[in-house]
Design a protein. Structure first.
Lengths: 115, 426
């Protein structure tokens, strides 16, 4: 997610977590992992890997491996809503529906980062 | 695939083939144990397909990558080498980790393709059978698109549109210029590799000259196109960082590009003759020869593909990714090639192993450096539509953006480079 450092993401998450959790609840009670399509997540993740595969602590493009699913969903939805800056991520997230985002969240929480 | 390797390969083909391991050809001899994918070309398109099919199929597909170069220097970011922001070593990558992904990497030149027999003929005579073939040879140059230009003329008027010796020649000539020098760039017509590339390169020329203290040197771009990628922000940046140094001429201004003379260094337009201390001539382009010889290209010189799969429109067993393809609304870029490769890999795996297929999605972003910490970008998402790869959304840097935004763009581009080369080469 270019444009948002890990710290910025955490900060954004801390302020938006409650809202996002509420939105998840009213959206039908589907949690990030329940029913998420792991195979779809693996395919969609290939788009992310162009930039995020080698992220380091000081990278402009942050590491997204191991990010909790709720966090991941919040951030992607924020980019989709253009509530977080950076046109690259706004464009990427702009065509992801909730199922896509849930699938990606599941993938990146559980997948091993490439060496 | 550089021209040097194309020219010289046959000299080494025999020796290289002698070192090939038996298992590469074993299926053809002993009976096919696994479905076979052969990929011709180990750049950002080809190497990505090979790696993704190999790792995602977990050994269920026999993947062979045919690429003559043992060390691949990326064309993307080569402008930053011209500008002195990167060294060549940082742009050069080997195939050790591609092998570790489960790909048979063969450093030989693919000579031709027999589509009826589903076989790739290597220079030297060996044959490699395939069930699916990916062609990713990149571009060839249309030498005669600029009158007077030729492969020989490129030794004094470099194009530097393929990495390697040409880039080295360009940098050597650039660094030798004295104040008051005239650089003339002949820009290419559409479609061509890296649409913002010529204009980023002009920016890097200007940066080098400015850094050396040049006051009188000038850069003229004679362009066959009436407009170019990120034009407004490029031209704003040129006036900001290099006032009066870069002059862009569209066809209305120059009246037509009449030709070049490598002996005199002259670039002739309808209205003027320029004697250039450095002429950078970037001719028109077409798909790599092996793709054209295989009958995969149309009259444009590039290869039509099915936007749902990157499959060639003339052969259902062949996929074309990267600069050799006709990518609809997508630009010819490493990012695009890498994106197309993932769609092709997903479809190939589905066809060969019955894994699930998903709707194709594509994306691209191109960053361009105008001056230190002043980087602009353009990007978009794409999906199949109207019979082509169609842009669905997009963005572009705007004039007057804050310096910290541009600085962030540059950092982002460096991180992207690290990310994509790891995605391509492991």
């Amino acid at each position: 997610m270019p444009g948002a450092t890990a710290g910025q993401i955490r900060s954004t998450l801390s302020t938006s977590r409650a809202i996002a959790a509420y939105l998840l609840m009213i959206a039908g009670g589907v949690t990030a992992s329940y029913g998420a399509d792991a195979e779809l997540g693996r395919y969609l993740s290939s788009e992310c890997m162009t930039c995020h595969g080698t992220a380091k602590a000081d990278s402009t493009i942050p590491n997204i491996f191991g990010l909790g699913q709720v966090h991941f969903v919040e951030v992607l939805r924020a980019y989709r809503a253009k509530a977080l800056p950076n046109p690259v991520m706004q464009t990427i997230a702009g065509r992801l529906n909730d199922d896509d985002i849930a699938a990606l969240a599941l993938y990146f929480e559980t997948a091993r980062k490439p060496n | 695939m550089t021209e040097m390797t194309r020219r010289n390969f046959s000299l080494f083909a025999g020796a290289s083939l002698a070192t090939l391991s038996t298992p590469l050809f074993a299926p053809a001899v002993l009976g096919q144990a696994k479905p076979r994918l052969v990929v011709v070309g180990g750049g950002p398109g080809g190497a990505t397909v090979a790696r993704y099919v190999a790792k995602d199929s977990a050994g269920a597909v026999d993947v062979t990558l045919i690429e003559p170069l043992k060390n691949f220097t990326t064309c993307f970011f080569s402008n930053l080498y011209v500008g002195g922001f990167r060294d060549r070593k940082s742009l050069t990558h080997n195939y050790d980790n591609v092998r570790k992904s489960g790909v048979n990497v063969v450093h030989v030149m693919a000579g031709s393709i027999d589509r009826d027999k589903k076989t790739v003929m290597l220079a030297g005579g060996a044959r490699v059978p395939y069930d699916r073939l990916v062609i990713a040879p990149g571009i060839d140059l249309k030498w005669d698109s600029v009158p007077g230009y030729s492969e020989a003329a490129a030794q004094t008027m470099p194009h530097a549109w393929k990495p390697g010796a040409q880039t080295e020649l360009l940098v050597k000539k650039l660094n030798a210029l004295k104040d008051g020098a005239l650089i003339v760039m002949v820009a290419p017509p559409n479609p061509f590799r890296c649409p913002p590339g010529p204009y980023e390169r002009a920016s890097m020329f200007a940066h080098v000259l400015k850094k050396k203290g040049h006051k009188k040197s000038k850069i003229i771009i004679v362009d066959p196109k009436p407009a170019f990628s990120k034009q407004a922000v490029f031209m704003e940046g040129w006036e900001k960082h290099y006032p009066g140094m870069i002059e862009w001429q569209d066809p209305k201004i120059h009246g037509g590009i009449k030709g070049v003379d490598a002996k005199t260094g002259e670039v002739k337009t309808d209205f003027s003759t320029y004697k250039a201390a450095l002429a950078n001539v970037i001719p028109a382009q077409m798909a790599g020869k092996i793709a054209r010889d295989a009958g995969l290209a149309d009259q444009s010189g590039f290869c039509p593909i099915d936007p749902e799969s990157m499959k060639s429109k003339v052969d259902a067993n062949v996929f074309v990714v990267g600069d050799a393809a006709i990518p609809g609304d997508m630009p010819k870029s490493a990012f695009s090639a890498n994106s197309q490769a993932k769609v092709a890999a997903m479809i190939i795996r589905a066809e060969l192993t019955k894994s699930r297929a998903f709707p194709a999605r594509y994306s691209n972003t191109c960053w361009s450096l105008i001056a230190p910490d002043d980087d602009i970008k353009i990007g978009a998402s794409y999906e199949p539509g109207e019979g082509k790869i169609k842009q669905t959304t997009g963005f572009i840097s705007q004039k007057g953006e804050a310096a910290d935004v541009r600085k962030q763009n540059y950092k982002e581009s460096v991180d992207w480079y690290n990310g994509i080369v790891a995605d391509v080469f492991g």
